[in-house]
Design a protein around this ligand. Structure first.
Ligand SMILES: *Cc1c(COP(=O)(O)O)cnc(C)c1O
Length: 407
């Protein structure tokens, strides 16, 4: 028997290179967290300062003002240290007295979450069940409101990340104009990537998170609140201490402006930088870029011969859910994409686990990311024995981009 003794320095070099490949070249095509620009990462390494200082107040105020601009509202916005769910909880925990009825529109994982949060804060949910993969019919919302005059609020998820569906928040907002119920919208995976006009859509409370289309690191959330909602909130006993939104309003109005508790200062630096990036690109251009990426992704996967999970006319601008082809496991498909091609896709959630996979195309997503992903998807499926004509999906992506005047 012969042993080959490896040259240890070569082994170390190889390992370093492999490590480097993993860190640098993995393409994150999931619906959050998304790729963060180097200048945003760099902002996080700035010195920690006193959070009750004029210097920090300026950063806080600027960030909150930019948030209102992105929400497209004249109402004030507040940043909260916590993930997107914290903002959902801030919404539900400040508008419900024990036993208040709330209408929750549930067509996926996040709609369900909003209902559970409402319940945790004493609300009595009325669930409007929407088949996963489809959008809510605004007429159904109207009917339930007519039958239940005492509904205090309606929650809806704009972009249901678990199914890749966009709900018609403008149309539902039109319905709600004729009712007293507060309109509460989760735009965690759409704000900065799809149309969200809080004032035009009659939205009372809108929530979002940092790590999706805004392309900041995870850990920050934001909420904006209308005058109607404030009138209501002032009459309700908040069921949360940390997320009592009145504290955020009060401290923001201090001189200098503050947050009630110590915020993640580093994340606030990153948030401001990420919002600056959005302002530089322009919100409108950014949304167009997302819509084009979604169109290219859908055309690419369809050209490969795969089926979309969501109804196409309501499919998301920021995440595409695709039916897992028969005869392949999620482990093989997404595993090959990740390990062989360095591209991370998301799986399905709950009963969609193993049956659906999702391509996130949100944040700083570019043509290069889409074409690489679709190319790797072709190679993966071919490698797993599917009859795939290489280049078809990639061609459809290229055609989509070339046909667009926005590109
Ligand atoms: C990601 C997401 C959230 C919040 O999730 P966190 O993990 O708490 O940031 C809420 N709603 C939707 C639609 C989301 O996509």
């Amino acid at each position: 028997m012969r042993y080959i003794i490896p040259d240890i320095s070569k082994v170390v070099l190889l390992l370093t290179q492999l490590g480097g490949l993993k860190m640098e070249e993995t393409l994150l095509m999931i619906p959050g967290p998304t790729k963060v620009a180097p200048r945003v990462l760099k902002a996080m390494s700035e010195a920690i300062i006193n959070h009750r200082s004029a210097e920090f107040a300026e950063i806080l105020t600027e960030t909150n003002e930019m948030m209102s601009e992105i929400f497209q509202t004249d109402n004030p916005s507040y940043t909260i240290t916590g993930s997107g769910t914290a903002a959902m909880e801030a919404a539900a925990g400040n508008i419900l007295n024990k036993g208040d009825k709330i209408l929750n529109i549930v067509g996926g994982k996040f709609g369900e979450r909003f209902m559970q949060i409402a319940k945790a804060h004493g609300g009595v949910p009325i669930e409007l069940k929407v088949e996963w993969g489809t959008a809510v019919n605004p007429e159904d919302v109207k009917n339930i409101l007519d039958e239940n005059e005492d509904i205090k609020a309606v929650t809806i998820v704009h972009n249901e990340t678990s199914t890749g569906v966009t709900n018609p928040i403008e149309e539902v907002g039109n319905v709600l104009k004729d009712y007293d119920a507060l309109y509460v919208v989760d735009t965690v995976s759409s704000l900065g990537g799809d149309d969200v006009a809080v004032d035009d859509y009659n939205i009372d409370i809108c929530v979002t998170g940092s790590q999706k289309c805004l392309a900041a690191p995870p850990g920050m959330a934001a909420v904006t609140v209308s005058d109607d909602a404030w009138n209501w909130i002032d009459k309700v006993e908040s069921s949360s201490y940390y997320l009592d939104i009145r504290k955020y309003r009060k401290y923001a109005s201090n001189e200098p402006s503050e947050t009630p508790f110590t915020p993640s200062i580093s994340l606030m630096y990153a948030m401001r930088e990420a919002l600056d990036v959005i302002m530089e690109e322009g919100l409108e251009s950014r949304i167009k870029r997302h819509k084009l990426a979604a169109e290219a992704t859908k055309n690419g996967v369809k050209a490969i011969g795969l089926d979309l999970f969501a109804d196409e006319e309501v499919s998301s601008a920021t995440v595409t859910a695709i039916n897992m082809p028969e005869d392949v496991t999620d482990k093989d498909m997404r595993g090959t994409m990740r390990d062989k091609y360095g591209i991370v896709l998301a799986g399905g959630q709950d009963h969609l686990k193993g049956n659906v996979f999702r391509i996130g195309h949100m944040g700083n997503v570019t043509y290069k990311d889409i074409v690489t992903t679709i190319s790797a998807l072709e190679m993966t499926l071919k490698g797993l024995g599917f009859d795939v004509e290489l280049g078809k999906g990639v061609g459809a992506v290229a055609d989509t981009y070339l046909a667009s005047k926005k590109f």
